[in-house]
Design a protein around this ligand. Structure first.
Ligand SMILES: *[C@@H]1O[C@H](CO)[C@@H](O)[C@H](O)[C@H]1NC(C)=O
Ligand SMILES: *[C@@H]1O[C@H](CO)[C@@H](O)[C@H](O)[C@H]1NC(C)=O
Ligand SMILES: *[C@@H]1O[C@H](CO)[C@@H](O)[C@H](O)[C@H]1NC(C)=O
Ligand SMILES: *[C@@H]1O[C@H](CO)[C@@H](O)[C@H](O)[C@H]1NC(C)=O
Ligand SMILES: *[C@@H]1O[C@H](CO)[C@@H](O)[C@H](O)[C@H]1NC(C)=O
Ligand SMILES: *[C@@H]1O[C@H](CO)[C@@H](O)[C@H](O)[C@H]1NC(C)=O
Ligand SMILES: *[C@@H]1O[C@H](CO)[C@@H](O)[C@H](O)[C@H]1NC(C)=O
Length: 413
């Protein structure tokens, strides 16, 4: 199990926790095992480095300042935490590139934002306002995520598309207009707005909006009820689907949208090549696993099964105490944490499968009944225990009141 470090997580610096603990010896004695577990689970950044910027967690190989980030000759892991004025949260930026990161996860994702390319026309259909945006993540650990983003062209009539670094077409779509009284159901399906998937490996965004000028042959089909502004952008699919895209169609403002990036260690093409140089190999924590990137060259690391934390740091992976996460790791008996796993056993006097609810059965009803009588088993809360008391009652009835038992027998049969 690996923990997601995307945005909000209240990771206290390790130093402040240990200084807290020195306040009283008693507290120290009680809390020491807990603190040790918490401290190792919270190894996010290199020791002595900032592990967050505002509420964005900054796990190594990312880092702020000298010695805090992975330096393998590729820019992109070095970040800045820039003050953005009073009352505003600081912004995490990629040094040398200037783009802003709103979230980072050890699962290989990062969220940034992208300003939409925008063309606006006046009432005589002259282009009066334009914003043309480009973005390059070429030569960095980042690539535009093909699974989490989409290209969207908004407004009509328009052909919006994007070019790679060589100027060639990558993806695009055509958005046409339609009389509003014949509006179609659905959103962003080609009328007023269209969307298209993008391929793996895209590291450069340069966009074009192609206008269908009035007076061309298809004017009536495409140009009825045109919008004054047209946009093209890449956007996080999940975010865009959560917006009412019909509210977008008539926009005229300048806006930015969230964009997902896939990151990996990319100075070496894959795990088997990376393992050849132990100093450079990024999977540092003992037992951590390496897997090849699914978008572009490179690799990422993960903690072994049953551990979580940061596999990119020596000692960064810590054992998960499954017994303290009952909601995720089922146990209906006596739970014992083990390195990388846990065991769950039926309570004494019972046997069966304690990983299942009601999986444990009493070994011998009579001895259990005696235990209840003698008070060794006083937890009478569950319906199972009430059943045991009923058994006890029957047993005692048989033993001491043969006549009543006969009557009972007679009634039951
Ligand atoms: C962030 O701050 C650093 C100095 O701390 C500065 O060099 C850099 O240009 C700033 N970046 C942005 C995007 O403002
Ligand atoms: C913290 O992150 C959330 C999104 O995860 C964002 O909505 C919020 O504004 C952030 N707050 C600060 C203070 O950065
Ligand atoms: C539209 O913009 C063009 C070019 O700026 C200008 O010549 C024209 O007068 C404008 N039309 C109106 C109706 O404002
Ligand atoms: C957009 O504006 C046009 C013209 O003002 C209007 O006819 C149309 O209904 C609007 N569309 C939406 C979705 O608001
Ligand atoms: C890994 O990269 C090396 C060097 O680039 C290459 O020779 C090898 O075929 C790659 N292995 C796999 C499994 O892709
Ligand atoms: C291994 O990686 C280190 C650090 O990146 C580098 O200095 C060294 O030259 C590499 N060794 C080989 C044999 O490639
Ligand atoms: C944990 O233990 C269970 C039961 O013994 C076993 O099925 C499972 O594969 C183990 N998991 C790991 C990560 O070793």
């Amino acid at each position: 199990y690996r923990r997601m470090y995307i945005s909000e997580q209240s990771n206290q610096p390790v130093e402040s926790m240990s200084s807290m603990a020195t306040t009283t010896i008693l507290l120290l004695l009680i809390a020491l095992p807990l603190l040790a577990a918490a401290a190792s689970a919270q190894l996010v950044a290199q020791p002595g480095c900032h592990n967050r910027c505002g509420n964005v967690s900054v796990p190594y190989p990312f880092g702020i300042g000298v010695g805090c980030f992975r330096d393998d000759g590729q820019p992109g892991f070095q970040l800045d935490c820039n003050d953005s004025g009073p009352g505003r949260p600081p912004r995490l930026t990629v040094v040398g590139y200037g783009y802003h990161l709103a979230a980072l996860s050890l699962e290989g994702e990062a969220r940034t934002d992208l300003r939409a390319t925008r063309h606006c026309y006046n009432s005589t259909w002259e282009l009066v306002d334009r914003v043309t945006e480009y973005m390059s993540v070429s030569g960095t650990p980042y690539l535009f995520s093909s699974t989490k983003n989409r290209l969207v062209t908004l407004g009509c009539p328009s052909l919006g598309y994007f070019n790679d670094g060589r100027g060639f077409y990558v993806s695009g779509c055509t958005s046409v207009c339609r009389p509003s009284q014949y509006a179609l159901p659905g959103s962003c399906t080609g009328v007023g707005c269209c969307q298209s998937a993008i391929p793996n490996g895209a590291d450069y965004w340069e966009s074009t909006l192609f206008n269908f000028s009035p007076g061309q042959q298809d004017t009536v089909v495409f140009n009825t009820n045109p919008t004054s502004c047209r946009y093209v952008f890449l956007v996080e699919t999940k975010w865009f689907d959560g917006q009412a895209s019909h509210n977008f169609v008539n926009r005229t403002d300048d806006f930015t949208v969230p964009l997902m990036l896939d990151w990996a260690v990319r100075n070496v093409g894959n795990c088997s090549a990376a393992r050849r140089n132990a100093t450079d190999f990024a999977c540092k924590s003992a037992g951590s696993r390496c897997f090849d990137a699914t978008n572009g060259p490179g690799y990422r690391c993960s903690c072994p099964k049953g551990y979580d934390g940061n596999p990119y740091l020596d000692g960064g992976c810590a054992d998960i105490d499954e017994c303290r996460r009952k909601d995720e790791y089922m146990c209906y008996g006596e739970c014992t944490n083990t390195p990388g796993n846990y065991t769950c056993e039926c309570p004494p006097g019972t046997s069966g499968d304690a990983y299942r609810e009601s999986g444990c059965r009493a070994n011998d009803k009579f001895t259990l009944a005696l235990k209840i009588v003698t008070g060794t088993h006083t937890d009478l809360g569950s319906s199972r225990d009430i059943l045991h008391i009923f058994h006890l009652f029957l047993i005692l009835t048989y033993l001491f009141y043969p006549k009543i038992s006969l009557v009972l027998h007679g009634n039951l049969n």
